[in-house]
Design a protein around this ligand. Sequence first.
Ligand SMILES: Cc1cc2nc3c(=O)[nH]c(=O)nc-3n(C[C@H](O)[C@H](O)[C@H](O)COP(=O)(O)OP(=O)(O)OC[C@H]3O[C@@H](n4cnc5c(N)ncnc54)[C@H](O)[C@@H]3O)c2cc1C
Length: 466
Amino acid sequence: MYDTLVIGAGPAGGSAAVVAAELGLSVALVDEQRGPGGQVWRAKSAAIIESRATPESRAGDKLRQDISASGISTYFSKRVWQIQPGKGGWKIYIASAETTEVLYARTLVVATGAQERVIPIEGWTLPGVIGLAAATAMMKEHKILPGHRVVVSGCGPLLPFVAHEIVAAGGEVAAIADLNSFGDWIRLAPALMRRPDLALRGKNWLGALKTAGVPMLYRHSVTTVIGEDSVRGVRISKVDGSWSPVSGTETYLDADAVCLGHGLMPVTEITRLLGADHTYARGLGGWHVTSDDRGRTSVTGLYVCGDSAGILGAAAAPALGRTTAHTVASDLSKAPRRRSPHRIPTCFGSAMTSLTRVRPGLIDQIGPGTIVCRCEGVTRAELEEEIGTGAQSLRSTKSGTRCGMGPCGGRFCADTVAMIQEKLTGKTREEIGQPSARPPFRPVLVSTLSGTFIYEDLPLPAPAPL
Ligand SMILES: Cc1cc2nc3c(=O)[nH]c(=O)nc-3n(C[C@H](O)[C@H](O)[C@H](O)COP(=O)(O)OP(=O)(O)OC[C@H]3O[C@@H](n4cnc5c(N)ncnc54)[C@H](O)[C@@H]3O)c2cc1C
């Protein structure tokens, strides 16, 4: 049995694992990716021959070295799909593409990070439309561009970053459609100047985009993606202060790809299943597990750090991880209690997250026939009909329409459904609640779980007498 098992080897979980090992704990670290780094410090694929070093790639390389030198038991390319409370700790089920394993740990650190939010628009399910955050993963790890002529649309700091990376790699950005106004960015200047290094990088991206002649359309949004079996172009509209499209302002642009994203949300399936308290805060990306300033949740032996406890970004994640590792070690009586937690640099991350606080008018871009649940093909009109007949919670819309029953388990659509419900019923997000969490947390092949067996060998009970 490990002293602690950390789920997620990003800046938060990776740092937590290294510090916990330094403090003398036996540590297991599990991540579904091929190695440490998480989303922002991800390792480049070995197939990439040449790529410029960045502050993120250097931080990732340092984390990878620290983990290799630490004696931590690592489980990469393995996803945690189920967890149960066990005797004196936790029973953790992990699966790779071929095999399953069960691990035991006295404590659990959940550092599962964030997932991206994409509010649907007409045509968003066409091949060639990808998430803004997903685009960073494709470009960083594999150096693959989303397309030849790309429109980048949504909100937050990933907009200029993604556009800059496309241009730097030789691609063309047809336009950036930013829901925020230029003034919304300028208002954050005092917070951004707390990290002059990061602010300067942002300024350099904007300078490079200007030199490349990329149109920056503030207070605009892509409202329709046009094409039959791939992206041919987009319609872009001006939006008002609540991000609702302004009628009569539509223009058309040719494009073969669209990067679309509306911020990040904490990943909460594991902490929800394990019964921890959660809080809704728009400024932290929405629903997140409630924790004290040392990483403890409301459940004994269950700790959290990084974006899964609220979106504060990569600048805060390592310090959050280190704090949580110290808490685990002192709770297990393996290290003295720190008098004060580590200083967490939250200012920059909070400012960036504030640019992705989705405003209520954004859902006006979802037409009645637009698919909201991609897995089950459920449209906004079908959801509205269900809500009109009395569905008041995410669970009831799910039972009535199958929305959220597909392979993604509602991770993509639940937030949009809750926004539609909020608008139609006047209920708060707390009243609407969260979807119920069920294993598997991530898709797992049934053949992996069952293994090979001979049906006749199964210890089936005899049939009941008639
Ligand atoms: C797709 C994506 C791309 C992003 N790109 C950028 C970027 O380019 N620049 C930037 O500043 N910020 C980016 N962010 C935000 C950034 O991820 C965070 O701010 C930062 O990495 C937080 O660190 P973390 O350690 O909390 O989480 P992460 O870095 O997200 O690490 C979480 C880890 O947990 C693992 N995990 C989750 N669930 C399971 C499970 N059930 N089983 C096994 N492993 C699991 C994931 O594979 C991941 O490696 C991105 C976010 C996303 C979702």
